[in-house]
Design a binder for this molecule. Structure first.
Ligand code: GDP
Ligand code: GDP
Length: 438
């Protein structure tokens, strides 16, 4: 299931970013070796009482005119209503109701999404009653008074947020069905590529067997293999409003990633990999999803010797944290290598669910260690007693050791590389953790 999205809306300066930071705390996704992609906080992951969700702060826009600003705030509210499960409408308890608050309130009142009227900057108990009374006027039910800055009542606010999450299980696909999310910026050719795949003769698009499955997904079979493309509708959808909307198409992608096994990242060959691509890829990586990269519009690239290789090297250099992802060069326009994508996706999905026998795994790790001993630190040295792989999707390897703090990043990377050299695990992230031997 995908994580619910909580959107924070409101006019500038009411404390949206402060609240965002308060909720997300330091739980911002951290991708190894890629600090740059965490700088711009597009979204954050929140957790409250075992509920995990995504938080989106719609603020942070610098606009010149008042009219432009109004328009922007309104658009954000509209999109939040469309994409989020819960909307936090933030107002400022110290300034009271402003005209723009009323406008946003009018919009929100007409939606049928849960709206939580959040009165911020209520820094003392005395203020609380008065302020709450004032804001009833907006007609959005009982206000929740908080201070984002001083963390007052934010727990109550989160209680309220999670009470709106649906506990209903959506129908899922059976184990053998490979769930694919298609990610990438607008105009790279995602819909063209999906249409091209689905249009191939060998691809049999079926009505989804079973009951409660989502009509927005596209289920199909190729030979004995079953696939489903998650949220095909969302991907095809053309947004009427273009500016500032990218983050909302991103939310859709993130939700699709959550529900998938393999993220198929589509790049435009004429543009290469961008910051935005890296952010979404970083999310898929953090969530432990398999990944395949399709460089589309390859028909537009002048063919030179080794151009594929050089292009792939460039991507791997730019996004080294996903260096396990196979890269293929395709054209939705000409159909070149389009069907091959499915073979690669299937292969990645297989690796993603691959389990290595304990004795085989231990032999490989022993050999790696004997070739290259862990460095000693202040006279102490990491000792690995044994390894096991308790989990798949993605593969997780646990090393039982004398002291987990002695496992340095660089040595972990070395072990990871050794494991990949022996077993491949192409297309899937691989997690290694160290535990004290019990
Ligand atoms: P945004 O424009 O809505 O994202 O607002 P910011 O989060 O940037 O906050 C605007 C200003 O309000 C900053 O100076 C914050 O420090 C301040 N602020 C935010 N939350 C509170 C609060 O709970 N109490 C007080 N007194 N100030 C706050
Ligand atoms: P999406 O927004 O990622 O779904 O992108 P679209 O599928 O709508 O494609 C965006 C534009 O790129 C359209 O004008 C397509 O015709 C064009 N396009 C898509 N794939 C290819 C391709 O392989 N080669 C070329 N030359 N153009 C393509």
């Amino acid at each position: 299931m995908s994580k619910p999205v909580v959107a924070i809306v409101g006019r500038p300066n009411v404390g949206k970013s402060t609240l965002f930071n308060r909720i997300v705390g330091n739980r911002i996704s951290i991708v190894e070796d890629e600090p740059s992609i965490t700088r711009d906080r597009l979204y954050g992951e929140g957790e409250w009482l075992d509920n995990h969700f995504l938080v989106v702060d719609t603020g942070g826009l610098d606009l010149d005119s008042e009219a432009e600003l109004k328009d922007e705030v309104r658009q954000q509210a509209e999109l939040a209503i469309e994409e989020a499960e819960v909307v936090l409408f933030v107002v400022d308890g110290r300034t009271g109701i402003k005209p723009m608050d009323r406008e946003v309130a009018n919009l929100l009142r007409r939606s049928n999404k849960p709206i939580i009227l959040t009165v911020n900057k209520v820094d003392s108990k005395e203020l609380e009653e008065k302020v709450k009374y004032d804001f009833y006027e907006l007609g959005l039910g009982e206000p929740v008074a908080i201070s984002a800055k001083h963390a007052l009542n934010t727990g109550d606010l989160l209680d309220e947020v999670i009470s709106h999450f649906s506990t209903e299980e959506t129908g899922e696909y059976d184990e053998d069905t490979i769930r694919i999310s298609v990610i990438g910026r607008p105009n790279v050719g995602k819909s063209s590529l999906v249409n091209s795949i689905l249009g191939k003769e060998r691809v049999i698009v079926n009505d989804v067997p079973g009951t409660t499955r989502d009509a927005i997904d596209t289920y199909f079979e190729v030979g004995d293999n079953q696939f489903v493309i998650i949220d095909t509708a969302g991907m095809r959808k053309r947004s009427k409003v273009e500016a500032g909307i990218e983050k909302y198409s991103v939310i859709r992608s993130l939700k699709a990633v959550d529900r998938s096994d393999v993220a198929l990242m589509v790049l435009d060959a004429t543009q290469g990999i961008t910051q935005q691509d890296k952010k979404i890829a970083g999310y898929a990586h953090d969530q432990g999803k398999a990944m395949v990269i399709a460089v589309n519009k390859w028909d537009l690239i002048k063919k030179e010797t080794n151009i594929d290789q050089r292009y792939a090297d460039e991507i791997r250099y730019e996004a080294s944290f996903i260096n396990y992802a196979p890269i293929t060069f395709v054209s939705a326009l000409t159909g070149q290598r389009v069907l091959e994508i499915l073979d690669i996706v299937e292969y990645a999905a297989e690796q993603y669910s691959r389990r290595i026998k304990t004795n085989v795994l231990n032999n490989v790790i022993k050999e790696a260690i004997s070739k290259h001993q862990p460095p000693s630190q202040k006279g102490r040295r990491l000792k690995v007693y044994y390894a096991t792989q308790p989990r798949v999707k993605p593969p997780l390897i646990i090393l039982f050791v004398n002291d987990p703090t002695l496992l340095r990043q660089s040595y972990k990377r070395y072990l990871k590389n050794s494991i990949r050299k022996s077993f491949g695990f192409d297309g899937t992230p691989l997690k290694i953790i160290a535990r004290n031997r019990k």
